[in-house]
Write a protein that binds this ligand. Structure first.
Ligand code: FAD
Length: 305
């Protein structure tokens, strides 16, 4: 069934798509199989063409930002993977108003706004995602998150082609949650910052970078695997369950930060999923707390919730 959708979408999109493109290199885990089709949205024309093809064929879609909260199965994704660039990688700063295309990286957003003597997005230097992925996840850290300064986001529903500017209060932003759905693509976001002091913001940024280096591992991971349960931390619970360093095949729990799971070079996404399921089960058995994945798991036959 999917193959028919994929072939039909490939015919409609012509040179806009490539077939059988590895997704691993587009993610920070660097594991996982291919996208049946991949396209990059660089202009409004591209968005229109892709929305038309999705409506005409029903091909499943997956938007990939910087792939820093994403684990794609070794089997890959049997649909159309969408990345963003071109027009959607632009950043405009006008007074305290910041308009960022969805493909702008959060560390760049943090540094550019600080250099413009604006304050409010310093935290974003530590989150290696894109603006689009950050809106979808309501990413945050160091006492703040996207919702603190977001005004609105431009969102296109690929199944209807509807192109809307959605005000923050309509995005239902909560802890690592938003109303942006799997068939929506965020094309850009507008933030309202406050006038600040460039040197103070740059000092704060340097402190965040230092803290991250000291407390979080490098290598192939996607940050926190599980959300923190109310009043506790997933990392503390995994550590308390004795699972730091725990290994399943080519994946292991980081000895440095227990809520970060590392994939070996050339490792397997299915091993990472097996580790997630095993840690979830063992933490529940040993501490009584059920942890929920923060990581987006794609292409697997069944996924833990
Ligand atoms: C070392 C490390 C540290 C991290 N620390 C933090 C942290 O402190 N706080 C935090 O919140 N997160 C953290 N993360 C996780 C991650 O960076 C964030 O969730 C980030 O917002 C994901 O953005 P992305 O562009 O990489 O999204 P992806 O991983 O590409 O995608 C994540 C989800 O968003 C969707 N998506 C992506 N782009 C779009 C778009 N344009 N339109 C619609 N949907 C889209 C995807 O389909 C997927 O469902 C960390 C990750 C790493 C690797």
């Amino acid at each position: 069934m999917n193959k028919q959708h994929v072939d039909a979408a490939a015919r409609l999109l012509g040179e806009r798509v490539r077939r059988d493109v590895p997704i691993g290199p587009l993610t920070t885990y660097r594991v996982g199989g291919p996208a049946a089709l991949l396209t990059e949205l660089a202009s409004d024309d591209d968005v229109g063409a892709v929305a038309t093809a999705v409506q005409a064929t029903g091909v499943p879609t997956l938007v990939v930002g910087r792939g820093s909260n994403l684990l794609v199965a070794d089997e890959g994704f049997p649909g159309l993977v969408i990345t963003l660039g071109g027009l959607f990688a632009e950043l405009d700063i006008a007074g305290v108003d910041v308009h960022a295309g969805a493909a702008v990286s959060l560390p760049v957003l943090a540094r550019r706004t600080a250099a413009a003597a604006l304050t409010g997005l310093e935290w974003a230097v530590g989150v290696p995602g894109s603006v689009g992925g950050a809106v979808r996840m309501n990413a945050g850290g160091h006492g703040s998150d996207v919702s603190a300064t977001l005004v609105s986001a431009r969102v296109v529903d690929l199944t209807t082609g509807e192109d809307r500017t959605v005000a923050k209060d309509r995005l239902d932003l909560g802890y690592r949650h938003s109303a942006v759905s799997g068939h929506d693509v965020v094309l850009g976001a507008t933030f309202a910052l406050a006038p600040g002091d460039r040197a103070a913001s740059e000092t704060q940024i340097a402190e965040i970078v230092r803290w991250r280096r000291e407390n979080q591992p490098g290598g192939s991971n996607a940050g926190s695997v599980f959300t923190n349960p109310p009043g506790d931390s997933a990392g503390r619970l995994i550590d308390a369950a004795g699972l730091k360093g725990h290994r399943v095949g080519s994946a292991h729990v980081s000895p440095k930060h227990a809520n970060f799971f590392q994939a070996d070079e050339g490792g397997s996404a299915d091993d990472v999923l097996a580790l997630i399921e095993e840690v979830q089960r063992l933490v529940e058995e040993r501490t009584g707390v059920h942890l929920h994945p923060e990581l987006r798991l794609v292409g697997f036959r069944s996924i833990p919730s």
